[in-house]
Design a protein around this ligand. Structure first.
Ligand code: ZN
Length: 290
């Protein structure tokens, strides 16, 4: 029997500081510009007092800023995206998106995730996938449109499942080869075309660790810009099977008793939310290692 749990994950509610989409911006109005591309964000050379390091201050001029994408408003300030040139981020050694997100609160997390999603879409949909004509940015929505065949190209969102597999006395946690040393996390994978989220969940867990699950419970979702995932978070109860993994995609997976958990993903991640909310539900003190 499930008990209600508190919906305390920030991404489950609209965030008050961030208004998405097109805005009318007055000439001369103060604007913020984020320069982003190739999974990195440019730090500002001389940040304004009280302004974050990733935000450049400028005054709006329709002509000068015509090639920028409007992200929305943040605390009332119009925000625009400047697409980084290819190779620019690597050459200048800008911090990767992951390191910016690790320092972010919930509002900033959504904002930077949106900027990164728009940047990768902008870069990858410069030409129409149907007829090859150069696309143009639409002013009324996040979309690029082909002027020849009018096909619209929207920012890509790729649904993934992420799940905490549990049994009465332990959590099933795993690590991939690119994880930080010692960190174990929940299982995740892309939903394939034609598949429901729940079917993907059964398949991914079987493929990754060879166990059968049931009693699925949806907890919430989080946008995750690597590169454009939407993580759908579940708890799943273990039913049968011994842990087996391939050593390639999963390099280790094991059952951890509630009081002997390894190092876990950061507090801003849905993976950590799945784990912490489960421990609270079970009445176990939250794991503090990070
Ligand atoms: Zn076209």
């Amino acid at each position: 029997m499930w008990h209600p749990i508190q919906a305390d994950f920030p991404q489950q509610r609209p965030l008050p500081d961030f208004e998405r989409g097109q805005q009318s911006i007055q000439p001369g109005e103060v604007i913020g510009i984020i320069t982003c591309g190739s999974g990195a964000i440019r730090p500002v050379n001389q940040p304004q007092p009280g302004w974050p390091l990733w935000l450049e201050r400028d005054y709006y001029h329709a002509k000068d800023h015509a090639s920028l994408v409007v992200i929305g408003r943040w605390k009332g300030l119009p925000l625009l995206l400047r697409q980084a040139q290819r190779g620019e981020a690597k050459k200048a050694d800008w911090p990767g998106l992951r390191s910016w997100l690790l320092q972010s609160d919930a509002n900033t997390f959504d904002l930077l995730t949106t900027a990164a999603g728009l940047a990768s879409w902008n870069e990858q949909h410069r030409y129409c996938g149907r007829c090859g004509t150069k696309t143009e940015s639409r002013k009324d929505e996040y979309a690029r449109e082909c002027p020849r065949c009018h096909l619209r190209h929207y920012p890509r969102v790729s649904p993934c499942i992420i799940t905490l597999v549990w049994r009465e006395d332990a959590l099933l946690l795993a690590r991939g080869p690119r994880f930080a040393p010692g960190v174990y996390s929940t299982l995740a994978g892309f939903i394939e075309t034609g598949e429901s989220a729940e079917q993907a969940l059964h398949r991914e867990v079987m493929e990754e660790v060879g166990v059968q699950i049931g009693n699925l419970r949806y907890l919430g979702s989080q946008s995750w810009p690597f590169p454009h995932s939407l993580m759908l978070g579940y708890w799943a109860e273990y039913q049968a099977g011994d842990i087996q993994f391939d050593g390639v995609e999963i390099e280790d997976a094991r059952w951890y008793p509630f009081d002997q958990l390894p190092e876990l993903p950061p507090a801003t991640s849905i993976s950590r939310h799945l784990i912490n909310s489960f421990l609270r539900w079970k009445g176990v003190k939250e794991h503090s290692a990070f």
